[in-house]
Write a protein that binds this ligand. Structure first.
Ligand SMILES: *Cc1c(COP(=O)(O)O)cnc(C)c1O
Length: 217
């Protein structure tokens, strides 16, 4: 497992960008990885994880949380509205608030529970038809709607299109977050997290570079 190597590279990227040590949260993306590898990361001191599937998280994390009560799990996969209730019980943060119907559901759940996971709005910076996320032109209205429901996203998240330079996408996301006074920027994966750090990421989502290739489900 290359957790130590990734942490070293992350620290170096922060220093190179003139940013404070520890100003980025490394999310170790553990979806589909065997429990033994997750346990190894926990034992090595890793405390923030990214997961994509509600079912998998429900099976995997309660025992780990008992053993490591300060572990945090962030939802980074698409969230079906009918799994939102389970999701708010399982996750400390949701990075994939990507549509009005999900916002409405989360707002209702937040009201009933008196608490809500940290929320990131997923923005479809590449305007890809097959990809989830709010289109850049619709973000102002979407955030207004969220606020009207008493939902307060802390940040933005993006997954740039495959096979292109992610630089303009990271720039765009950082600019939109700054304009809206949002402090969280969830961007950067195994192949580009150092670039994301240079462009202001507060949360990088790194899976295969830490755990190795994912077993296919
Ligand atoms: C799986 C996943 C990651 C991690 O991808 P790697 O390339 O393995 O680092 C990051 N973000 C999202 C949204 C993912 O689904």
């Amino acid at each position: 497992m290359s957790l130590i190597e990734i942490r070293t590279r992350l620290d170096a990227a922060l220093a190179a960008a003139g940013r404070a040590a520890g100003s980025v949260t490394l999310l170790a993306v553990s979806k589909l990885q065997p429990d033994a590898k997750v346990l190894q990361a926990l034992q090595a001191g890793q405390r923030a994880f990214g997961e994509n599937y509600v079912q998998e998280t429900a099976a995997k994390w309660p025992p780990f949380r008992t053993q490591f009560p300060d572990a945090k799990v962030h939802m980074i996969g698409p969230l079906q509205t009918n799994k939102a209730k389970q999701a708010v019980e399982l996750f400390d943060a949701i990075h994939t608030l990507d549509r009005a119907s999900l916002a409405e559901k989360l707002a209702k759940l937040a009201q009933a529970r008196g608490q809500c996971p940290d929320l990131f709005v997923q923005v479809n910076t590449g305007e890809e038809p097959q990809k989830a996320g709010i289109l850049p032109a619709g973000l102002d209205d979407f955030l207004k709607d969220c606020h009207a429901m008493d939902l307060k996203p802390q940040g933005l998240m993006c997954i740039p299109p495959d096979g292109v330079d992610p630089t303009p996408h990271f720039h765009m996301l950082a600019g939109m977050a700054a304009r809206h006074g949002l402090s969280g920027l969830s961007m950067g994966m195994s192949s580009d997290f150092e670039l994301a750090v240079a462009l202001g990421a507060t949360h990088v989502r790194v899976g295969s570079a830490i755990f190795g290739a994912r077993p296919t489900a």
